[in-house]
Design a binder for this molecule. Sequence first.
Ligand SMILES: Cc1cc2nc3c(=O)[nH]c(=O)nc-3n(C[C@H](O)[C@H](O)[C@H](O)COP(=O)(O)OP(=O)(O)OC[C@H]3O[C@@H](n4cnc5c(N)ncnc54)[C@H](O)[C@@H]3O)c2cc1C
Length: 462
Amino acid sequence: MSDSANGQVHDVVILGAGSGGYATALRAAQAGLSVALIERDKLGGTCLHRGCIPTKALLHAAEVADLTRDSEQFGIRARFETVDMAGVNTYKDGVVARLHKGLQGLVRNREITYIEGEGRLVSPDTVEVDGRPVTGRNVVLATGSHPRSLPDLPIGGRIMTSDQALFLDNLPRNAVILGGGVIGVEFASVWASFEVDVTVVEALPRLVPAEDEACSRALERAFRRRGISFRTGSPLAGAHQHATGVTVTLESGERIETDLLLVAVGRGPNTAGLGYQEVGVALDRGYVRTDERLRTSVDGVYAVGDIVPGLQLAHRGFQQGIFVAEEIAGLSPAPIDETGIPRVTYSDPEIASVGLTEAQARERFGADQVQVVEYNLGGNGRSQILATAGFAKLVRRVDGPLVGIHMVGARVGELVGEAQLIVNWEAYPEEVAQLVHAHPTQNEALGEAHLALAGKPLHAHS
Ligand SMILES: Cc1cc2nc3c(=O)[nH]c(=O)nc-3n(C[C@H](O)[C@H](O)[C@H](O)COP(=O)(O)OP(=O)(O)OC[C@H]3O[C@@H](n4cnc5c(N)ncnc54)[C@H](O)[C@@H]3O)c2cc1C
């Protein structure tokens, strides 16, 4: 460990090596700064070890299960026997291990000082790691988040969060998922494909309530077809764990007996007990308050990732890390526009979106100042080949640029790249309509939607 105990003062000291922290470290080192990166668990953080990557590996295994079961639809005879969780976990853990190894190599090659241990901010320029000071001209807080529960709902045994649900050795026969947001919906999708009888309980009136209402409705229709039950507008009254399962009671009075209760009600910031407040870093309900340049209330101390209020997404953390590294290196980067950050819900079907929902746009610009087009994937050749349903919905300001794009369907997450370029570059439908989209791709659905919005629909029934 090279630190101030050895007389070294780093240009940047980063506390937490998840998406936000390691991105800061990689970019800062690239910019020629000396970097210390402190981590108490594993390099890569939540996203790599307990979040984005393992869940997507499970979703891919789920897709293989569905394809095997439905193979005759495509003229292929295959027999679905069972889900071998040991095999699924080996596959999932192998993906994570390969990426972890690659990331360790990146950190080594950029000559970042990697320090293992529990860190605590003890002054504006020093983090103490297991009693040893690590000093920097700048400090970046990147300690991430943890799964939340509700009061009177202790986690343990058959009541679990995504942290435990990702490592099940055996599948339950049935499960209740508390929370119909991104994480809850992803697990519902995986488990239903693995033949678990799933019920999602959501207090708000619809699944994925942060998305455009049309996306929620399409997902709900798809879930119904897949036999996934859900209760929306249905707050939990309580849950009681007993020897053979959990009794879940809803405020409506309904009782559901289940083998397992997954609590997916959001994630809280890891900021307690880390010395932040003692050093003067202002918090707001546990989150670190920053300005648009990600400066905290203490000079020379920045914050990135899930501890900063806003979307809790890995790619936001990456971008904030890059931003802070460049800021410290004196490169004057442009601030990040939060509304331009793409969002994907990786269930079957997927939801991909960027920018304002229709409701948000109407509220911001006035109800009659917004124009909307929905292109149904029924007219898209590639989507028909994949046997998926859904749409691409465009939201534009009347006579103005696109302000929101919302898509539902298998694999539409892969289309969000073009969608985010369109929204972030404030493109006009007439401009996008001039661009050629390869045939047959699902991407064409975006092209077709823009043709329709530009007043010249091609493959669309009027
Ligand atoms: C099930 C699930 C699925 C998800 N899927 C996606 C997805 O598909 N796409 C997406 O964009 N996002 C996804 N996310 C969210 C994503 O994982 C987070 O937004 C991202 O990991 C946040 O990065 P971070 O660096 O802020 O925090 P973290 O990744 O949580 O990293 C923080 C790190 O700090 C370390 N740390 C904390 N305190 C200390 C301390 N005192 N000393 C030393 N080290 C410390 C922790 O050990 C941790 O490694 C998912 C999350 C979950 C739970």
